[in-house]
Design a protein around this ligand. Structure first.
Ligand SMILES: Cc1cc2nc3c(=O)[nH]c(=O)nc-3n(C[C@H](O)[C@H](O)[C@H](O)COP(=O)(O)O)c2cc1C
Length: 190
């Protein structure tokens, strides 16, 4: 079955800053996805959304703007999630956001993992922190993640052509997974 409606692609940047290398990376990935498919893209930036999450410990305490973003995440056909490395893992607000996402809301959902760090030393954040988190959700984490370090950017824009190539490759490898969840027949109790 092929998609007749645009693919709903939601990007999440866990950066707490603007401008942000992580947000630039997510934007580049979203643009690359949109280059080969009809998409409806939406970007969630934690530096903007974060203040709306603060203070809420239960989902029903969140303001409408945060609830709306959670629903976008839960209804996306593809998630592109990225965080800067903070103290060897994703930012606390990135985790706080996903703590509100329904436990079974992302089952079978393709998720492209990405991260930025000061150097390459924490590149395994993708395998050791991000992949297990989305494994918990039973999402389909895509085989190829994208890690970038400060040296890959100039003025918060991608300056290393090798990073651009990695984005292109990761997105091409993601394409066979897109739309797959539409073919899954859900049992009545789902
Ligand atoms: C509080 C804090 C902690 C950080 N911890 C790490 C770290 O453990 N490992 C690392 O490689 N970079 C670390 N960094 C550097 C950032 O991950 C890096 O500069 C990142 O690209 C920033 O992304 P942004 O521009 O999207 O905010 C840290 C930065 C901050 C502000």
């Amino acid at each position: 079955m092929s998609h007749t409606e645009p693919l709903k692609v939601v990007g999440v940047s866990g950066s707490l800053q603007s401008p942000s290398k992580t947000t630039a990376l997510v934007r580049a990935i979203l643009d690359q996805v949109a280059d080969g498919a009809e998409t409806e893209t939406h970007l969630i930036e934690l530096n903007e959304l974060g203040p709306h999450l603060a203070g809420a410990v239960q989902r029903d305490q969140l303001p409408a703007v945060a609830e709306q973003e959670l629903q976008r995440i839960e209804q996306a056909d593809l998630l592109v999630v990225a965080s800067p490395v903070y103290r060897a893992t994703f930012t606390g607000l990135f985790k706080h956001l996903f703590d509100f996402v329904g436990q079974y809301a992302l089952v079978d959902r393709p998720v492209l993992l990405a991260a930025t760090g000061g150097s390459d030393r924490h590149a395994l954040i993708i395998e050791h922190q991000l992949r297990p988190l989305f494994g918990f959700f039973q999402a389909v984490t895509l085989p190829l993640g994208i890690y970038a370090s400060d040296a890959d950017f100039q003025n918060y824009e991608i300056s290393n052509p090798k990073l651009a190539e990695r984005i292109e490759l990761a997105v091409e490898r993601a394409r066979p997974f897109l739309g797959r969840q539409l073919e899954v027949a859900r049992p009545a109790w789902w």
